[in-house]
Design a protein around this ligand. Structure first.
Ligand code: URA
Length: 191
């Protein structure tokens, strides 16, 4: 039986072999699959890699990632306790929002990634990653809440948060994000 890491390596290979989003791929330096603990109970899903992430092939290592580290630290956690990925795994040029077609193209791979890792809790960061799990929800209404959904035959808890980059532009969201995540970490302990 192959292990989770090998399955994730195969998934990466499949994205390359199936030529997913060739336009993004042609402009990107790296395919940013995700990183962290493949046995984690919590998986974070962001939007798409930015410049630094593209350069180094790792998710959330720029300014938004630094704030994500602060959120983790406030809840007594480290990156190695969680797994972090994005819906779209190539950097969109000039950091534009990923298009619907790009999100749709990567969705089967994101879902497979979750099936491999089998987390208890998925924390969506921002509306792009929230909208698949909680269609029609408004982030301002649902942030920090816990929503049980059926996923691949088992239950999954979705906790939508604002995107950490939003806290960089809007200082008042900083504490909201920290409070929401500290609460989410407690909810996860009870699951
Ligand atoms: N923003 C994201 O959504 N993902 C990253 O990996 C970095 C910034």
């Amino acid at each position: 039986m192959i292990n989770k890491q090998e399955e994730l390596t195969e998934l990466r290979r499949a994205i390359l072999d199936n030529n997913i989003c060739p336009e993004l791929a042609s402009q990107a330096k790296n395919l940013v699959m995700g990183n962290g603990n493949v046995d984690a109970e919590i998986v974070f899903i962001g939007e798409a890699p930015g410049k630094k992430e593209d350069e180094q092939g790792l998710p959330f290592i720029g300014a938004a990632g630094k704030f994500l580290d602060t959120m983790l630290a406030e809840a007594g956690m480290k990156r190695s306790d969680v797994y972090i990925t994005n819906i779209v795994k190539y950097r969109p040029p000039d950091n534009r929002d990923p298009s619907s077609a790009e999100k749709k193209a990567f969705l089967p791979y994101l879902l497979r990634q979750l099936q491999i890792i089998q987390p208890k809790v998925v924390i969506t960061l921002g509306r792009h990653s929230m909208e698949y799990f909680l269609p029609n929800a408004k982030i301002g209404d649902v942030h920090g809440g816990s929503y049980k959904i059926k996923f691949g035959g088992s239950q999954l808890l979705i906790i939508p948060l604002y995107h950490p980059a939003a806290a960089l532009y809007n200082g008042s969201l900083r504490q909201t994000l920290i409070d929401d995540f500290v609460h989410a970490a407690k909810v996860h302990m009870k699951e």
